[in-house]
Design a protein around this ligand. Sequence first.
Ligand code: SF4
Ligand code: SF4
Ligand code: SF4
Length: 178
Amino acid sequence: MRALPVHPSRMTAPALLVERLDRLLPQTQCGQCGFDGCRPYAEAMALGTADIDRCPPGGDAGARALAHATGRPARPYDRSRGLHKPPLVALVVEADCIGCTKCIRACPVDAIVGGAKRMHVVVEPLCTGCELCIPACPVDCIVLLPPAGDTRAGTPQAEASTSPASRNTASASSSPSP
Ligand code: SF4
Ligand code: SF4
Ligand code: SF4
């Protein structure tokens, strides 16, 4: 059964810090920090077992905010974990989709719908652009695009297959990466 949310007035100081750090994170759930999503990373920072520089989607501004919240020295985010990019969303190229459902299993936020042997679709408002579905697709029919309404010039970011996020497996480890 899902736990009920705890009102902030009833939270302990460590729980409040976790909550605050989690709210500062982009909620992309990409795993580039080496944790299985934003909240586990927030918990590790609150415990003091992870530094504030591990989130590429948050960029340098995010790292500064995390440093301020934890009282640690500010530093740029760790570029070896991936590059900060403009927001992107995934799109399934319909003609090539074989309906294998692997992307559904890879998506950490349930943003893909579709049944076995049927074309799959990304629900754009739910997609965080984490890229985890891209390496999961056996026929490379998922591309990343700027969100609808975004007028920036852009071409499909199919190079994601070489990006750090796409090198993560769909089941990013819940323990810090080396
Ligand atoms: S790297 Fe990805 S999963 Fe980790 S805190 Fe940042 S957005 Fe969340
Ligand atoms: S659809 Fe793909 S890019 Fe979007 S959240 Fe799901 S796994 Fe990430
Ligand atoms: S992983 Fe690729 S081929 Fe399989 S259902 Fe998803 S989009 Fe279609």
